[in-house]
Design a protein around this ligand. Structure first.
Ligand SMILES: [Zn+2]
Ligand SMILES: [Zn+2]
Length: 142
């Protein structure tokens, strides 16, 4: 097939465009779902104690939420680790969310596309009602 035919053949051209769109879409979705495990250096975030009884929340400068040696990453009341404060859009439940490391590419490859979505969604699922419509608490709400 001559290259010119590729461009003039509408069906082929359409499927090429569709293919490219799909790739871009997948990439954008992936970026959105896995924005990186670490927040920007020293981001000011609303954090919440992971202890069910304590639930103390505070506004802290977080370098690495997983760093247990950073006093900003442990609860000032009970000493348990804190997570980012997330709120459920459906039931208004607030919970502590600790981002886990994104699985290595090898493991990710094993997951089907829907599996990847499931994985990312499960992490931020509302522990109260199971909704995935959760969002980080804005700092100015505190
Ligand atoms: Zn606490
Ligand atoms: Zn909920």
């Amino acid at each position: 097939m001559k290259p010119i035919e590729l461009i003039t053949n509408r069906r082929i051209r359409n499927s090429i465009i569709l293919g490219m769109l799909l790739i871009v879409l997948c990439w954008a979705l992936y970026k959105q779902l896995f924005p990186g495990t670490k927040p920007e250096q020293g981001a000011i975030r609303v954090v919440k104690c992971t202890d069910e009884e304590c639930k103390h929340s505070a506004v802290k400068k977080i370098m690495d939420i997983g760093n247990k040696h950073d006093p900003n990453c442990v609860c000032e009341k009970c000493g348990k680790p804190v997570g980012y404060s997330f709120k459920c859009e459906d039931c208004d439940y607030e919970f502590a969310y600790i981002p886990v490391e994104v699985p290595p590419p090898k493991e990710l490859k094993k997951l089907k596309t829907m599996g990847k979505f499931q994985f990312a969604q499960d992490l931020q699922k509302c522990p109260n009602c199971g909704s995935t419509r959760t969002y980080p608490m804005p700092v100015d709400s505190q």
